[in-house]
Design a protein around this ligand. Sequence first.
Ligand SMILES: Cc1ncc(COP(=O)(O)O)c(C=O)c1O
Length: 483
Amino acid sequence: MTDSWATFGADLHLELRGPGLRSGLMEALREAVRTGRLAPGTRLPSSRSLAADLGIARNTVADAYAELVAEGWLTARQGSGTRVARRAAPRSGPAAVHRAPARGGAARAEPVPPRRPPVRPPVRRSATHTLHPGTPDLGSFPRGEWLKAARRALASAPHEALGYGEPHGRVELRTALADYLARARGVHADPDRIVICSGFVHGLRLMAQVLRDRKVREVAVESYGLDVHWDLLAGAGLGTPPLPCDERGTRTGGLDRQGALLITAAHQFPLGGALPPDRRAAAVDWARRTGAVILEDDYDGEFRYDRQPVGALQGLDPERVVYLGTASKSLTPGLRLGWMVLPEDLVGDVLAAKGHAEWVSSALDQLTLAEFIRSGAYDRHVRGMRLRYRRRRDQLVAALAERAPGIRVSGIAAGLHAVLELPPGTERSVVQAASWQGLAVQGLDRFRHPAVPPGRDALVVGYATPTDSAWSGALDALCRALP
Ligand SMILES: Cc1ncc(COP(=O)(O)O)c(C=O)c1O
């Protein structure tokens, strides 16, 4: 982080345009200078840091910088890095046309007219930053390690792996996951009981179908969560009565005739706590007593900062709990890979719901993830990201203490987001104020189940979402928007 874009205080959303990466980057930088988004004198991040942020080769950035120096947009000096030229304008091209010399006079270049200071848009800026929860830092996806794993996996894959697969998913991945989940999450996992799916949402959809076929009518949910999950259950014909919650989390003692429960036990989404032991036990007792099924959404269980991650609820009763995991937080949502660890009597139904072949998940991605886990790269990546996210969380807490001392922050022991308590009645205006700062941020109300009355005012801040280069700008905009 020592030479990152963020440390220089400049942050910029760069959209690479055009066919080539180098020319796309050059045009994006010219555009940023032209419109004043990059002011004269601004120091640019090192080529290494910008290359990492954009996920392109360092040489591509170095070449683009060198050409822009040659064109006069940037300057490069030993010791002071690459900066936007004081009077940035191309040496050739329309803004710096050399006038024809007066007849008989010496050829003299017309000086470039002084540029006007950049005009700051007076009104609402489009969102430059986002602190929505739900996405990891996509700039940190371990591209190099992933490619190496893909190469090894493909080189050793049997021909058979390239055909239509079994709905179960690749045995290599199920075996690697069984070992990892037992070790890291306390899951009772047998490869035969694991079914690969396309992210959590696909696993939930399969379970909704199976539950409906088993005449379940209602899946109890938490008071706060994601509407896409509730909508998906409703779309399968299932009611989603919310359970009440208090400062200790979801109250599972009131579970009754519902046939299933969907819960984020290790880290409530979005409020942030771990379900206390007595409430875990109450949920499992209820499921045993009534024959109900618990759907455990373990979306970010690896990321706990104060102590060992809370083990999965599934460990308490593997015959009553369906464990659903995903690569969306630990690696990237773009992979669309998830896994279900099922009670024995559900395996057949889930496989039948999936169809007679693997239609959704790529065998090559499955083999790559298997190799990635088996080789230790997954553990290394998660450990590295845990450190990174903890650093961001600490920076968030420190910035709030200094610049918005009235704001209480909670839900910070784990995961990739925090909850910022706001004065009553201010949530909407703060979200609005943030958008004027070019910051997209979501209020807690956005995650409230429609059957739950409005509660406290708060923001749900996803501090993992920006890339390193955008993080400090996003944090700054957040502090400016807070009351
Ligand atoms: C609460 C919760 N569950 C699950 C997921 C993961 O969903 P998927 O694996 O379908 O990407 C997310 C991701 O944002 C989430 O916030």
